[in-house]
Structure formats: C-alpha cells, structure tokens
Design a protein around this ligand. Structure first.
Ligand SMILES: Cc1cc2nc3c(=O)[nH]c(=O)nc-3n(C[C@H](O)[C@H](O)[C@H](O)COP(=O)(O)OP(=O)(O)OC[C@H]3O[C@@H](n4cnc5c(N)ncnc54)[C@H](O)[C@@H]3O)c2cc1C
Length: 345
C-alpha cells in the first residue's frame, strides 16, 4: 500500500502557494487511481495551521507539521531536517512536492537521507494497471519519458504550471506537530534580504495567460531604411501594461545587447525562450518580429494556442509552428492592438 505525502512549505504569509495546490491535484488523482493508497499532507513553516485549513477539504486523512521561526526561511539544513522528520513520521512511500526554488535545493538530499530516489521536472503522475509512473521531458522538451520505480520512498518534484491547481476548499485540519531540536550549527545560513525588481519591471510572469515574444525584427531597419527602437520599446511596454502578458524573447534579440547594438533595455537572457532558453507554460502565445526557427520554437512546446506576426511569409512559423500567422508589420498591428485594448480595458 502506498502512502502518498504532499510535502509543502508555506509562504511568508502562512498561505499555501498555487504550486502546493498543483502538487495536491496530482497527489489526489494518484490517490484516487490507487485504491489502497493513503493520502497525507506535510507542511513546514512558522505556523502551518492556516495553510492546512485552506486545503482541509481535500481527501488527506492526516496532516503533519514542523513549525517555528527557524522554519520560516529557506535553508537547506533546517528544511531537509524538517522534511526528513515528516517523511519518517508519515512513513511516506511516495512524496510529491512542488518544484519551488526552496524545495529544489532540498529534495535530492532528502532522498539520500531516506535511502530513496528523487525525480525532478515531473509533469505528470499516472497509475495505469496499478503501476505508478511519472512523466518528464528530456532533450529540451523534445522527448517525453514515462518512468517507473520500485525504490521507495520515491520523491517526485512537480514542475510548476504543469498541473491544474486543486480547488479543495477550506475547513479545519488537525495538524500533528512534530517537535524538533535544531542544533545551533544548522542555523548559520540566514536570508538577510530579498532583492526583487519593482512590480512593473518584472516582465517574466509565469502565471500570465499570454506569452508575448519579441524577436530581433523589432530592432532591424524597417521599410523606411531606419530602425525604430524607441517606438518598439513604447509599443511593447504599452502592450505588457494592458495585457499583463509575460515577456519572452528570441536569442537574437537578447544577444544584441551584448554586441553593443541598440536593444530594448528591459530584456535580459532570462527572457529567452528556446533550446538554450526557457520553456514556459502559458495557455496562449503571440510572437512578434521573430522568425520562428526551430531552436526558438522548441521552447514553445507547452504553449497551447500560438499566433505570430512576421513580415516574412516563409518564416519558420509558416511551417506548421503556429496556429495563425499574420504576415504583417508588427509595428502597425501592435499599435492597433494597443489602441483597441486601451479602448476596451
Ligand atoms: C545551438 C543553438 C541554440 C539556440 N537556442 C536558441 C534559443 O534558445 N532561443 C532562440 O530564440 N534562438 C536560439 N537559437 C538561435 C535561433 O536559431 C535563431 O537564430 C533566433 O531565434 C533568431 O531570432 P529572431 O527570429 O528574433 O531573429 P531573425 O532571424 O533576425 O528574425 C527576425 C524576424 O523579424 C521579422 N520582422 C522584421 N521586421 C518586422 C516587422 N516590422 N513586423 C513583423 N516582422 C518583422 C523578419 O521578417 C524576420 O522573420 C539557437 C541557435 C543554436 C545554433
């Protein structure tokens, strides 16, 4: 019989993040597909009651918690010790955790301590014919593998955005708090502050419905023989403001900065989509002034509905890589789109 543990840490305000609900969704599905299984939840944070109550209507039969000020901050030593204590108390055989930055630092070490195995970047869990399997992508999202393991405990890190968040409602959860003695030496690492861009400068928005991709065409000479970078910057910024889209880029455009050419100042390599960039998950994508070459579009693997605007009717997008290709001037199209969005907010 499998004991499925959803392992989560709370947010600074004590709530469970959306990624926790995504892991819970995968765990509930697995639990329902495995008739003899048990579903339990383990939470780590200053205080985990609010997080447990927020998801109390889920089919978990038990809640474990490790609480205290020392578990508020992400820190390998305390996080790993707390996760180990929860896994042992729950006698977990399958541990499902959101692949947050905090957990990604801990889960491999946790598997080592428990004599188990860990799989990362998991995008699906199944239990066909009673055999549990996970799916994950390899070779820059070109091949999907189904992995089965006999080793337990099996720690599974779920890629954020790959699951529908569970809509388990609130209730009252009884949390079994595990008391822990943390040695002074385990508290040496401290988070002394957080540096984050201002909300408006933050252009990478994993939760956005739309991925808006900018290509090198925005900085190229246009029909009048001139470049129009300031105008491009305006159009892109205005569109992002009204649409709240996440901003992606082709490699060529982000590389231009390094080559000393005029470039859009709000783009960095973090925005790059593709083989050597990111593979984000958004329901829709709109590509502008980008040629749609394979090394770029391989990063679009998880974009469900795709549209592109390019002047070139023979660009890569036209070769089956997009649902709709507008062979048009993106400057003109985006000006019109922004005007329509401003008129109908
Ligand atoms: C090993 C390897 C890894 C790579 N990894 C990546 C990666 O991760 N991501 C990535 O993006 N690339 C990657 N590349 C590079 C990739 O092959 C392309 O060179 C790059 O994506 C091209 O960028 P682009 O389409 O923006 O620019 P271009 O190829 O210069 O295309 C610009 C496009 O803009 C159009 N255009 C110009 N003006 C307008 C206008 N006014 N309106 C509409 N359209 C206009 C043009 O018609 C053209 O189609 C990789 C390459 C290699 C070899």
């Amino acid at each position: 019989m499998e004991t499925i543990l959803v392992l989560a840490h709370t947010e600074a305000d004590g709530s469970p993040a959306q990624t926790v609900r995504e892991s819970l969704h995968a765990a509930v599905n697995l639990h329902q597909a495995s008739p003899d299984s048990k579903l339990v939840v383990g939470l780590i944070g200053t205080n985990v009651e609010a997080a447990a109550n927020a998801i109390a209507a889920c089919p978990a039969t038990k809640y474990f918690g490790v609480t205290g000020a020392e578990f508020a901050q992400p820190r390998y030593a305390t996080d790993c010790a707390a996760a180990e204590a929860i896994c042992k108390s729950a006698q977990a055989t399958i541990v499902i955790a959101p692949a947050t930055a905090r957990w990604n630092r801990v889960l491999a070490g946790l598997a080592q301590r428990l004599g188990g195995r860990a799989d990362t970047h998991v995008t699906g869990i199944s239990a066909e014919s009673g055999v549990i399997g996970i799916s994950r992508w390899y070779y820059r999202q070109r091949m999907e593998a189904l992995v089965q393991r006999t080793q337990r405990p099996w720690i599974v890190a779920i890629d954020p955005g790959s699951q529908t968040p569970c809509n388990c409602g609130a209730g009252t959860a009884v949390v079994e708090v595990i008391s822990m003695q943390i040695p002074e030496a385990s508290l040496r690492t401290k988070v002394v502050g957080v540096r984050a861009p201002a909300a408006d400068a933050q252009t990478i928005r994993p939760d956005a419905k739309l991925l808006f991709v900018t290509g090198a065409g925005w900085t190229k000479k246009q029909a009048d023989g001139q470049t129009h970078v300031p105008e491009a910057e305006h159009l892109i910024r205005d569109f992002l403001k009204v649409s709240r889209a996440s901003l992606g880029s082709s490699k060529s455009l982000v590389d231009l900065g390094g080559e000393g050419q005029a470039i859009l100042p709000f783009l960095s390599h973090l925005n790059q989509i593709g083989q050597t960039g990111a593979t984000p998950r958004h329901p829709k994508g709109l590509s502008t002034c980008c040629h749609g070459e394979e090394p770029h579009t391989v990063g679009w693997r998880f974009i469900a509905e795709r549209r592109a605007i390019s002047l070139d009717a023979n660009c890569g997008w036209a070769r089956g890589k997009t649902d709709v290709l507008y062979v048009a001037d993106a400057f003109q199209v985006m000006q019109k789109v922004n005007a329509l969005l401003a008129a109908n907010p």
